[in-house]
Design a protein around this ligand. Structure first.
Ligand code: NAD
Length: 395
């Protein structure tokens, strides 16, 4: 099922049938069976690349390495990327990749060899610049450095460590963008400043930890944190100094709660920053937050979204809230192509500028048309993509 309901969107903006037909499926998909002879046995993993729509530029999107990732999930995430890049006004298309294996089952050496096999199998996409990967769940800067090492093309991958052509600020870019979005939405929708609100963050990986860290630093009261193994609820706000050294919320020495209860904490702002589908109808009908900021991709199900709307709880969609990563990726890609250098402050400035602009557009459309922020974001993004199709004479 598509992420965006184009029939609904076309009630608000002109989406010609030709554009609907193009956007209703992936432009390209590729599958590889990765096989690795390893220590007397065989390591095997399904791998996928989905390129949803490259009308605006090279297909951009992370590589998800997870035990249960599927082609269908990869396809949905690629579609999200098309609209995320369009909403952020970044000249990239939408892509995504999946490697179906539990990352923790791999030694560093086996991981490197498996990524080598991935590059070998998908070389036509990677070396031509058709698909430009970045980190997603289960992958990080070292993996991107390895992909660069296998291709020797600096611009073929983003999210690399700064010493080998990565961007200062890329690691924290998504979390920074989520924190900027949270600040804007708290002012706009709750009429408050960050220091006046309580927050819970689900997920303590790249996105969740950096988001919590920036928000705590900017004065928000971070009361709950979780990862896949544990969740905690603090009596006093968790400080940035507490968050920085922690590998997991378990290290904070705070009262444990069940993982599911994290989503139901009595906080003003809930930030799902772990995985998809966690706010379903049941969770949406019980949560206490007044505002949901989608740091993860696709964290609210369709039914969950309907309940949030009925209850008057605003959700700032993923294609806006977590676009800091792809905005930074664009700067890294540009840097790799031009050979220029970028300061961390520039990375932050560009993310803040692009997200503030997109937030203002979405907020105005939501208000003027009396619709949700999700639909407003989709309308703007789809319109950008349709205009790009006209620019290229696709339609
Ligand atoms: P990550 O692998 O670094 O971290 C994921 C975190 O979520 C880990 O702490 C893990 O323990 C936790 N987790 C997993 N399942 C959980 C559960 N059921 N309950 C609580 N915690 C759980 O991944 P990431 O890069 O931080 O990505 C997180 C989300 O953000 C994903 O949806 C990803 O697609 C999205 N995203 C990431 C980026 C990026 O730049 N990394 C950019 C845009 C969107």
């Amino acid at each position: 099922m598509s992420v965006v309901d184009l029939d609904l969107v076309s009630k608000h903006v002109d989406v010609p049938d030709e554009a609907k037909r193009i956007l209703s499926k992936s432009e390209q998909e590729a599958y590889a069976n990765l096989n690795l002879k390893w220590e007397g046995g065989l390591i095997q993993a399904d791998a996928y690349i989905a390129l949803h729509c490259a009308v605006r530029g090279p297909a951009k999107g992370g590589i998800r390495m997870a035990e249960h990732v599927t082609l269908e999930e990869t396809r949905r995430l690629a579609e999200l990327m098309t609209y995320k890049c369009a909403l952020a006004r970044i000249p990239f298309g939408g892509g995504k990749s999946g490697i179906r294996i539990a990352p923790k089952s791999l030694s560093p050496e086996a991981r490197r060899a498996l990524l080598g096999e991935y590059v070998h199998m998908f070389a036509p996409y990677l070396t031509s610049g058709t698909y430009v990967p970045a980190p997603d769940m289960g992958t990080g800067p070292t993996d991107m450095a390895m992909i660069y090492g296998f291709t020797h093309i600096p611009e073929c991958v983003t999210g690399k460590p700064p010493r080998i052509g990565g961007l200062p600020g890329r690691e924290e870019a998504t979390g920074y963008g989520v924190a900027v979005t949270t600040k804007l939405a708290v002012q706009d929708l709750l009429g408050k400043e960050l220091k006046d609100v309580t927050v819970a963050v689900q997920g303590f990986g790249n996105v969740g930890k950096w988001t919590a860290r920036f928000l705590a630093d900017w004065g928000a009261k971070v009361m709950g944190l979780s990862d896949v193994e544990c969740a905690v609820h603090a009596e006093k706000p968790i400080t940035m100094q507490d968050i920085v050294p922690a590998i997991s919320p378990a290290d904070l020495g705070i009262r444990r709660i069940s993982r599911d209860d994290l989503l139901l904490l009595p906080v003003d702002v809930l930030i799902p920053a772990a995985t998809g589908g966690v706010i379903d109808r049941a969770v949406a009908s019980k949560l206490h937050a007044k505002l949901v900021i989608e740091a993860a991709n696709d964290p609210v199900t369709g039914e969950g979204d309907a309940v949030l709307r009925e209850r008057g709880i605003s959700a700032i969609p993923d294609i806006l809230a977590n676009s800091g990563g792809v905005i930074a990726s664009y700067i890294e890609w540009r840097q790799a192509k031009s050979g220029s250098l970028t300061e961390r402050s520039e990375t932050y400035e560009v993310i803040e500028h692009q997200i503030s602009q997109a937030y203002a557009d979405v907020s105005a459309a939501a208000r003027d048309r009396g619709i949700s922020h999700r639909l407003a974001a989709q309308i703007i993004a789809v319109d950008e993509v349709v205009q790009s199709m006209r620019d290229r004479s696709w339609i």
